[in-house]
Design a protein around this ligand. Sequence first.
Ligand SMILES: CC(C)(COP(=O)(O)OP(=O)(O)OC[C@H]1O[C@@H](n2cnc3c(N)ncnc32)[C@H](O)[C@@H]1OP(=O)(O)O)[C@@H](O)C(=O)NCCC(=O)NCCSC(=O)C[C@H](O)C(=O)O
Ligand code: MG
Length: 289
Amino acid sequence: MPPVFRSLIYVPADKPRALAKARGLVADAIIVDLEDAVAPDRKEDAREALREALAEPFSAPVLVRINGLSSEWATEDLLAALAARPEGLLVPKVESAADLERVADALDQADALDRISLWAMIETPKALLNLAEIAASSEKLPLKGFVLGLNDLAKETGVRPAHDRGAFLPWMMSVIAAARAYGLVAIDGVLNDFGDDARLEAECEHARALGFDGKSLIHPRQIDTANRIFAPSAEEIAEAETIVEAFARPENAGKGAIGIEGRMVERLHLHVAESLLARARAIADRDQA
Ligand SMILES: CC(C)(COP(=O)(O)OP(=O)(O)OC[C@H]1O[C@@H](n2cnc3c(N)ncnc32)[C@H](O)[C@@H]1OP(=O)(O)O)[C@@H](O)C(=O)NCCC(=O)NCCSC(=O)C[C@H](O)C(=O)O
Ligand SMILES: [Mg+2]
């Protein structure tokens, strides 16, 4: 089954009510945050809350976002995260493959390399310049995906975020190219205006059209929109079924390209259709769980 990551919601580790709520949310992953959502003087409390929270099950896989590797909190965060046994670690401000190797070494020492996946935040100019080597590190490290950090990218580059996200487009597409080259999941950045449903819908449609698998979120009200837009629509499923059925007909056996309703359809489209149907099945399974 292909992985399903339509919606990944950040939850500040030091907000007990939000953590309690997150346990039952229908997001595809929960990111318990020790980094930017937690004030410097709350870092220790947040680590303690993380340990307590992960002692009980969540309805979705949990990733823990540690503080940046160059921060004073990184080592303690790593230890706390490893003890809490999440499904994944989200590493912010990754700038090179060497950064991920450092985290993987810590996982290795804790005998956790085979049970905790790594996710890299792409949110600095150096990460953009080093995307190829960061993605290629997945050949030896348990790197599962990229999560865009558009707030930090705006801060670090001077880009002024606009509704159409035009200035981010080349970087977003570079992330998609690097992710696809190495079979990684690609997740769009957050929309800070969590009360703006129309803008959320537009950003999800935009990200899906660019090839992203899902969106990172900051508020529970954003989950349903992301889950709906990053899932294949009924129309797309029907179209994919038509293609699969057409290629299965005896008269089309051995043909590389066929015509369906006035349109050329090649075997590569059959593979796209089969992937879409597999994703739709995986999402149906996830939604029933
Ligand atoms: C953004 C918020 C601070 C808004 O909080 P608030 O005004 O309190 O929201 P509500 O009153 O509407 O909350 C309603 C109930 O929902 C719960 N809630 C709110 N947010 C979450 C959440 N993220 N997960 C789970 N539950 C949540 C509240 O507890 C209320 O429930 P109850 O108390 O029972 O009534 C707040 O939403 C928030 O803190 N969001 C997460 C912020 C965060 O994590 N930020 C860091 C990640 S984003 C980032 O860093 C991006 C990246 O790195 C980049 O560079 O771009
Ligand atoms: Mg950030």
